[in-house]
Design a protein around this ligand. Sequence first.
Ligand code: TZP
Ligand code: MG
Length: 212
Amino acid sequence: MKREELNLYFVMGSSDCNGRDPSGVLQEAINGGITLFQFREKGHDAKVGAEKKELALELKKICKRHDIRFIVNDDIDLAVEIGADGVHIGQEDTAFPVAKEKLISRMIIGVSCHTVEEAEAAVNHGADYIGVGPMYFTTTKKDIREVKGPEVVRQIRNAGMTIPIVGIGGISVENTGEILESGADGVAVISAITKAGSPFAAASEFSRCIGK
Ligand code: TZP
Ligand code: MG
């Protein structure tokens, strides 16, 4: 994948949208300039089964219309079934080789990493990009690891890794600059867009700040 695709990575599921229609939120975010989308359907009221699939297909269609690639969080079977562009897996999710085996070739695989060691393992497995975080404190994900800030990204770059990196966790327009300065190719954002009064305005501000 082109590293520019990670510039403004929007991550979202229905429970992130404050009761708003996820399709509308996604459409606004796309209009505001997001460069990649991840469907992350989590939380106590998350959709499952047929409803989850239906929402995934709806959001994928919107992405496709605008040439934004559509990544599915964790659910490899769903990703394959609906012809997603890729998957994103965490350290506690399906092991990389198992995921790789199930996927259709050319599908993107992103991996969440929290340390230089995890990043090295992901690179060795052949990950297309890594998500590093949490950069800052966030209440969006309940089981977050220790907050280490952009310093981890700097350590990964200093260890010589050139893999595309996106920072995640508590990212706002205000702290985006320091994430990019640490060596990340972009920012992955949930609440700063989904909980904004105007997801369009929020995504537009990020785009301006990233300047690409
Ligand atoms: N992984 C690490 S932090 C996080 C995920 C999925 C949540 C990011 O959400 P927000 O609202 O942008 O802090
Ligand atoms: Mg996960």
